[in-house]
Design a protein around this ligand. Structure first.
Ligand SMILES: NC(=O)c1ccc[n+]([C@@H]2O[C@H](COP(=O)([O-])OP(=O)(O)OC[C@H]3O[C@@H](n4cnc5c(N)ncnc54)[C@H](O)[C@@H]3O)[C@@H](O)[C@H]2O)c1
Ligand SMILES: [Zn+2]
Length: 668
């Protein structure tokens, strides 16, 4: 039976609404943006050709987001719109023709900005003080997330100057790539699933109920629009300059262009240069510069007529999925890996991509033999974002997720609420055993020089080690006869192991490889319980009582502590002299509050002298670097800071703080 046009339209609308919900509310899209945009275009076309089925509530007519029920719902004083998209110079030229006609002017000027890829936010200031921060929601109403937004340091709570005091300003909440990758490293180390991408992590962060959790995420806010400037300004460009004067973070990559040709030069430049930015952009936004013309042009039901987004070609390619293999991690977690027909993507050859977990494979219905879309964003590993069903071979079969461990053959388990399957054969599965020892010796754990991942495999294969405690009983004579080993390397290995007995307790705790106990959690637990004995005797309630330790971690620690094998291993480590409690020095030492933060100090200071300042940073766990780079977290500026340093910090969007800002950082 043939479906009617009307049915087709209704089905597309329903499907797109579901995708909008998944994307904006659940932060968990199940199709690629590319496929979403194709479907939206298809619907748009059908609606234009069949105007009798017009519906003001169609996804083509409305901003895709929704308000959630977890925050106060606030009605926007000025509606928040989406943007129309363009994909080519021709699209831009068509747009220009349309607007030239409406305003009746040939020569139009534009402002070009980057399109920051995050979550939109509307900030309201009254008498120069931040009153509220509301998400875009459905464009009419959004979620009031002021408390969460106040944790973002670059958003001024009180404005620097009084020229503009009552207004709304809009911007994008983003998660810079460095911070995103660091968050993921920690999650992976703790045996958890990685976050999918910076955009949905940023948007998910805004919806957290606990703003202390939000404060820990390195979010930032880039501003792009002052609403209702009460005729104070002539051009959009002026308003952005004003926003910057008022203390907002407005990126430097903004240009006024006199023609679409100039606009396109800007686009071409940033299509390449964007790879060097500290955050993701998915395109350029072109806006009519004159505010008077903007007024004349107004809005469609979904977007301003005076602005258009130019979308960069997604770094996405289609290729064949040859095989799905399964990897076993040190905690026994199984990760499915897509083995692909090699394809060129963003300058590298991609052969493998992440498939996350069984649910993801099922949701996308990914099958061997399929033509799949591979995308590479800011993440470490490329991922599969969709399947081209039209190219599916006729003999294709649904994927049956592996049921047994590929390394030891044990039947896999999956606990309720866990996204992953696990091999439960913790102490017999060879991959888990070696991976656990490899984790133990790694740089952030026991940092054992002279012993690498391959040597661990070799020592295990030769029956010299079965667990990490065995390392401390190795001697040179046992190692020398092994393949590719010499007297010297054997000696280095034993010395390296010996030296690891000086590694502080918090790192040892991390090295033990307890599931969900990553670097940060290990530090917290070490600080709180002070010794392994106290920690292993703690009950679940006592663990949960520790700041930021949740059920999952508590349960995992107790499980570890009650296991006889672990009790014996830890006893042995103690007998060899490994640090299993906090040292006197550490007890006396300052905090780890600045861990992971890199500072550059520039200028002359009043409270500290330079060396005191550097020592204070290090005492609190931070690092001092001599020059500013993308990695720099803060530049502390004293008097007479070098102008070139200042420019460099500004172009790299590195936050510049004063000595007293620094004191506030370490105060709590
Ligand atoms: N995969 C899915 O299931 C799914 C579902 C829905 C939407 N999507 C994707 O989401 C996108 C559409 O989302 P959208 O409607 O939020 O539009 P959008 O994100 O493409 O563009 C509008 C937004 O851009 C932001 N923006 C960033 N920099 C800006 C600047 N300099 N000036 C002005 N605005 C700027 C604003 O927050 C504005 O709200 C599409 O790419 C679509 O593919 C995907
Ligand atoms: Zn196994």
């Amino acid at each position: 039976m043939a479906t009617t046009i009307e049915q087709q339209i209704i089905e597309l609308r329903t499907e797109l609404r579901t995708h909008n919900y998944n994307y904006y509310v659940l932060d968990n899209a199940t199709i690629s943006d590319y496929d979403f945009d194709l479907k939206l275009k298809e619907l748009e076309k059908l609606e234009i050709e069949n105007p009798q089925f017009f519906d003001a509530n169609s996804p083509t007519q409305r901003v895709g987001g929704e308000v959630t029920k977890n925050f106060n719902t606030v009605t926007h004083k000025n509606r928040m719109y989406s943007l129309d998209n363009s994909y080519s110079k021709e699209d831009l030229e068509d747009w220009e023709k349309r607007i030239q006609k409406i305003v009746g002017v040939e020569k139009l000027e534009y402002t070009c900005e980057l399109k920051y890829d995050g979550a939109s936010i509307n900030l309201t200031y009254e008498n120069g003080v931040l009153q509220s921060a509301v998400t875009r929601g459905d464009g009419f109403q959004g979620d009031e997330v002021t408390a969460n937004i106040k944790t973002i340091k670059s958003i001024p709570l009180v404005l620097k100057n009084k020229e503009l005091e009552n207004f709304e300003i809009r911007g994008e909440i983003i998660l810079p790539l460095d911070g995103f990758n660091k968050m993921n490293e920690e999650r992976i180390e703790a045996g958890e699933d990685a976050y999918r991408n910076p955009r949905n992590t940023a948007s998910g962060s805004l919806k957290l109920q606990d703003s202390a959790e939000v404060a820990k995420r390195p979010l930032d806010c880039l501003l792009y629009h002052i609403v209702e400037p009460s005729n104070k300004f002539k051009t959009h460009f002026n308003t952005l300059e004003k926003a910057r004067d008022l203390g907002f973070k407005v990126p430097k990559a903004i240009e006024q262009c006199k023609s679409i040709d100039e606009v396109f030069t800007f686009i071409k430049h940033w299509d390449v240069e964007r790879h060097n930015l500290p955050y993701e952009t998915d395109g350029i936004v072109v806006k009519v510069n004159s505010l008077a013309y903007q007024d004349e042009l107004g809005f469609t039901s979904k977007a301003p007529r005076w602005a258009i987004a130019y979308k960069f070609k997604a770094e996405q390619e289609a290729t064949i999925l040859n095989e799905i293999t399964y990897q076993v991690g040190r905690t026994g977690a199984i990760t499915p890996v897509a083995n692909l027909e090699p394809v060129q993507l963003a300058g590298t050859t991609v052969k493998r991509a992440s498939l996350h977990n069984a649910d993801q494979i099922e949701k996308l219905d990914i099958r061997v033999g399929d033509t799949v879309y591979v995308e590479k964003g800011g993440e470490i590993i490329p991922k599969i974002v969709g399947v081209n069903l039209e190219e599916r071979p006729s003999n294709s079969e649904p994927t049956i997720y592996c049921t047994h461990c590929p390394e030891c053959g044990t039947k896999l388990v999956r606990k309720e609420g866990d996204a992953k399957h696990y091999c439960p054969n913790e102490y017999g599965c060879p991959t888990q055993i070696t991976a656990r020892i490899q984790h133990f010796i790694s740089r952030k754990a026991m940092n054992i020089d002279g012993l690498g991942a391959e040597s661990v495999e070799l020592l295990f294969k030769e029956g010299l080690i079965q667990n990490y405690a065995d390392l401390y009983e190795l001697n040179v004579d046992q190692i020398v006869p092994l393949e590719r080993m010499a007297e010297k390397s054997a000696k280095n290995m034993v010395e390296g192991i010996e030296k690891s007995k000086e590694i502080p307790f918090e790192k040892v705790l991390f090295a033990l490889g307890i599931r969900f106990v990553g670097e940060t959690v290990a530090k917290k637990l070490a600080k709180h319980f002070k010794s392994i004995t106290n920690l292993m005797n703690a009950t679940e309630e006592e663990l949960i009582a520790v700041d930021e330790i949740g059920d999952r971690i508590a349960e995992s620690v107790v499980e570890f502590s009650q296991n006889l094998i672990n009790i014996q291993l830890v006893d042995r480590l103690a007998s060899y002299g490994v640090q299993l409690e906090i040292s006197e020095d550490e007890l006396a030492n300052n905090s780890t509050i600045l861990t992971g933060k890199i500072f550059v100090v520039s200028g002359v200071f009043t409270i500290f002298n330079r060396n005191e300042l550097k020592k204070s940073i290090e005492d609190n766990g931070g690092k001092v670097a001599s020059s500013i780079s993308k990695k720099t977290t803060f530049v502390i500026a004293g008097d007479n800071m070098g102008p070139s340093k200042r420019t460099k910090a500004e172009t790299l969007d590195v936050e510049i703080i004063t000595e007293s800002d620094y004191l506030k950082l370490i105060e709590n």
